[in-house]
Design a protein. Structure first.
Length: 272
């Protein structure tokens, strides 16, 4: 029998050689990106490629959990929090914990040593594939259940207790007692009237913009009865960015309409 000239290429090998470099590239991008949002997206890419490798190794349960729990829930929640809260680049470069840089370098070196030892052990010793492990327990889900609730039940329960403690601690740290009493509607109305009596601030709501009159942009201010622009009708942020439009240009259509009405009224009086 002649030997095969072309080695047999399986689906899991193809998935590994495609998703493996993508995972490494996404992991490097996660570390090298300066913006936290981009780092979160790169980490989500790492988890998606890892889920594909799980699927190629006949581990459907891990594939589904990796997509739904980690990529779909945890990473998207982290991404939305980062996008809403924001991270200042000036604050990110400040070392708030003493010795944080040294501890990070030591942890990175230790992780690299463990990774090198794991890779070396896998190359020297004989490894058991996921298929053999699944066949031993009758399936992927059965094998995970046997390991989690059998051999590693203490570690599993300790991890769950740690996560519950972390969640409770986060809620306790996020909770802040109110230093001043909550104002009800009556108290707010009294404060507005007092501000009007002291400083002349109008107690009613701010005037609406000129959107509903003749324009379709929120940057169009409302016109007061004397023809001037009401600056309170436009956000101060928009005024700072683009300024207020010309008053004459805003009032020109109204003046034209009033002139046409007066001309029509005069024509009717002449006919009478």
């Amino acid at each position: 029998m002649t030997a095969l000239l072309v080695p047999l290429v399986t689906g899991d090998a193809v998935a590994f050689w495609i998703c493996g470099p993508l995972m490494v590239a996404a992991a490097l991008a996660m570390v090298l990106f300066r913006k936290a949002v981009y780092s979160a997206l790169a980490l989500a890419g790492v988890m998606v490629n890892l889920a594909i490798i799980y699927a190629s190794q006949d581990a459907p349960f891990l594939f589904v959990v990796q997509i739904i729990v980690y990529t779909g829930a945890v990473m998207m929640l982290f991404l939305f929090v980062v996008m809403l809260v924001g991270v200042d680049s000036k604050d990110s470069m400040v070392e708030r914990i003493q010795g944080h840089t040294v501890a990070s370098v030591l942890a990175a070196v230790g992780a690299f040593i463990l990774l090198a030892a794991y890779v070396g052990n896998s190359l020297v010793s004989k490894t058991t594939g996921v298929g053999e492990a699944n066949a031993q327990y009758g399936g992927n889900v059965q094998g995970l259940a046997a390991l989690l609730f059998g051999k590693y039940v203490l570690a599993f329960e300790a991890t769950s207790a740690l996560l519950i403690t972390a969640a409770v601690g986060a809620m306790v740290l996020a909770y802040a007692e109110r230093l001043t009493p909550r104002l009800n509607q009556r108290a707010r109305a009294k404060a507005r009237i007092a501000e009007y009596a002291a400083n002349g601030v109008h107690p009613g709501p701010r005037p609406s913009s000129g959107v509903y009159a003749r324009h379709n942009a929120i940057t169009s201010p409302a016109l007061l009865p004397d023809g001037t622009v009401s600056q309170d009708s436009v956000s101060s942020v928009l005024i700072t960015r683009i300024g207020l439009p010309d008053v004459d240009a805003l009032a020109a259509p109204t003046k034209k309409a009033f002139a046409a009405m007066e001309a029509a009224q005069g024509a009717d009086e002449e006919d009478v």
